[in-house]
Design a protein around this ligand. Structure first.
Ligand code: NAI
Length: 214
C-alpha cells in the first residue's frame, strides 16, 4: 500500500477488489455511469456504505450524476497498486503451483510469474505455460538477480516456514502463502494467506445449520 492511503482501514481495502470486479463487469457491458444506489443493488453493500468507502479516497462521485465507472475502476485499480510491476516466483510446482502458474489473468494486472521452484528432481526443467521449473537451491540467487517482489508458497506445510525464511532473506517484499500454517517472517514483509478450507468449512457450517434440522 502506498503511504498516501495508509490511514484507510483494512476493512475498506478488503472491499475494494469487489468494487473493482463489478466495475469491470459494468465496463464490459458498456455502462459508463452508475449511482451509488444502483451499485448497491449490484454489489450488495448499502448505498451509504459505498459512499463512505469511496469518500475515503476523496470521493469520485458527483451529486446528481453518480459515478463515472471507468474513472472509478481506474482509480480503484491504482489504489490497489495494480498495473505496477510485480515480478513473482512460485515455490512448489505441484498441483496448486501449476494451477496458479497456468492462470493467465494475473499477468494483466502486473503479476508476472518469472519462475517456479521445486525440490523434486523430476519436476526441475519442466515448463508450465512456458515458465521453467528450477531447483529450489537456486531460489535465493534468482530472487536477487531478478528483483523478485512476491513469493508464492505452494509447498507442503512441513517445509513452508523454511521456504518463507528463504524468500524473506533473499529480499521479497510480499508472500502469498497457500500452505496451511502461519508463517513467521520479519514484519516489513507483507504476508497474505489464502486458505480455501476456511471458506469451505464456513459453507459446511451454513449448510449444516440450514439442513440438519430437516
Ligand atoms: P503437491 O504435492 O501437488 O505439490 C507440492 C510441491 O511442493 C511438490 O511438487 C513438491 O515436490 C514440492 N516441494 C516439496 N518440498 C519442497 C521444498 N522444500 N522446496 C520446493 N518445493 C518443494 O501439493 P498441492 O496440492 O499443490 O498443495 C501444495 C500446498 O498448498 C500444500 O501445503 C497444501 O496444503 C496447500 N493447499 C492450499 C490450499 C489453500 O486454499 N490455501 C488449497 C490446496 C492446497
Amino acid at each position: 500500500m502506498t503511504r498516501e492511503y495508509s490511514n484507510i482501514s483494512m476493512a475498506v481495502i478488503r472491499r475494494l477488489p469487489k468494487y473493482h470486479r463489478y466495475l469491470k463487469d459494468l465496463l464490459d457491458q458498456e455502462t459508463y455511469r452508475i449511482s451509488s444506489k444502483e451499485l448497491s443493488k449490484l454489489i450488495g453493500f448499502t448505498a451509504s456504505q459505498i459512499r463512505q468507502d469511496l469518500n475515503c479516497f476523496g470521493g469520485f462521485g458527483q451529486q446528481g450524476y453518480g459515478y463515472n465507472v471507468e474513472e472509478l475502476y481506474n482509480e480503484i485499480g491504482k489504489i490497489l497498486g495494480l498495473y505496477q510491476s510485480y515480478p513473482t516466483v512460485i515455490v512448489g510446482a505441484g498441483n496448486l503451483g501449476q494451477a496458479i502458474a497456468n492462470y493467465t489473468n494475473f499477468d494483466k494486472f502486473g503479476f508476472s510469474t518469472l519462475a517456479l521452484f521445486d525440490s523434486n528432481p523430476k519436476m526441475i526443467g519442466m515448463r508450465i505455460r512456458d515458465i521453467a521449473v528450477h531447483d529450489v537451491d537456486q531460489l535465493e540467487e534468482f530472487i536477487k538477480k531478478n528483483q523478485v517482489r512476491i513469493g508464492v508458497i505452494c509447498t507442503p506445510k512441513k517445509v513452508a516456514q523454511d521456504v518463507a525464511t528463504k524468500l524473506s532473506e533473499a529480499g521479497v517484499q510480499g508472500i502469498w502463502n497457500f500452505a496451511p500454517i502461519d508463517i513467521k517472517v520479519p514484519e516489513e514483509i507483507i504476508v497474505e494467506n489464502v486458505h480455501l478450507s476456511e471458506s469451505l468449512f464456513t459453507l459446511s457450517f451454513l449448510l449444516s445449520q440450514e439442513f440438519d434440522q430437516e
